[in-house]
Design a protein around this ligand. Structure first.
Ligand code: HEC
Length: 117
């Protein structure tokens, strides 16, 4: 008598799920007229010194929101905003010791004329 040998194939189905991370378009740096070299410098200063707290687009993060007109509402006078960035306050470090006057001017312009929009 022959043993009835069945061959059982157990298909293994591997489901591969690809998750496409939504890579924060909302934190993209805004675009602007790059022929204005002071604003270009301002953006460099901002991305090197400020965006880790305020995010690339100024939406806030661990710092406070600067975009959507917030920084202009808090500081109608650019000189007051400049003084704040030099001095800092609370968890916001002062940059008077690490950035030059020209760099601070550039980043103030960038936050008011590009980010604030
Ligand atoms: C370590 C995190 C951190 C970094 C880095 C940082 N900030 Fe801030 N920033 C804050 C916090 C927190 C506040 C709120 C502080 C307060 O008002 O007491 C703030 C407030 C501000 C404000 C005032 C906003 C308002 O409406 O009152 C401005 C303007 C500002 N930051 C600009 C900058 C610029 C420009 C840089 C880079 C040169 C920078 N910040 C870097 C955390 C940061």
């Amino acid at each position: 008598m022959m043993a009835n040998k069945g061959i059982w194939i157990f298909p293994v189905v591997v489901l591969v799920s690809v998750f496409l991370a939504a890579c924060g378009d909302s934190t993209a740096a805004p675009t602007f007229d790059s022929s204005d070299s002071e604003l270009v410098t301002g953006q460099e200063i901002y991305s090197n010194n400020c965006s880790r707290c305020h995010l690339n687009d100024g939406a806030g993060g661990s710092g406070v929101q600067l975009n959507e007109g917030k920084v202009l509402a808090s500081y109608p006078d650019a000189a007051d905003q400049r003084a704040f960035i030099v001095e800092g306050n609370g968890r916001m470090p002062g940059f008077g010791g690490s950035l030059s006057d020209a760099e601070i001017d550039a980043v103030v312009r960038y936050t008011r004329e590009v980010l604030a929009e």
